[in-house]
Design a protein around this ligand. Structure first.
Ligand SMILES: [Zn+2]
Length: 104
């Protein structure tokens, strides 16, 4: 059975109860010189972990600072695609687990 045939088999009563809501989570890599939430370099090819700081690492007590260039580039991309962010933009910095002390 094809997907359209499966969808057609859903009763109208069931379809009437639900509103399809489709969201997109888009990940992009911008050509910025520094990372989005700190001033660490985005240079490729450096030694592992060479371009890190307490903010990158999500250490407790650090506060991220949004890279202005990221907003500019995101706005340009949105305008270039004639797709303004109707619902607004959401920038998420995933929470990092608190560091737990290591016992002996
Ligand atoms: Zn950093």
């Amino acid at each position: 059975m094809t997907r359209s045939a499966e969808a057609a088999s859903v009763s109208p009563e069931v379809l009437a109860k639900y509103e399809p809501v489709i969201g997109l989570e888009v990940h992009v890599q911008l050509l910025t010189n520094t990372k989005i939430f700190c001033g660490c370099s985005t240079r490729f090819g450096d030694a592992p972990n060479a371009n890190t700081c307490p903010v990158c690492l999500g250490l407790p007590g650090t506060l991220p600072v949004l890279n202005k260039r990221v907003i500019e580039m995101a706005a340009r991309a949105s305008l270039a695609r004639a797709a303004p962010a109707a619902g607004g933009w959401t920038l998420a910095r995933p929470p990092r687990p608190a560091l737990a002390p290591r016992g002996p």
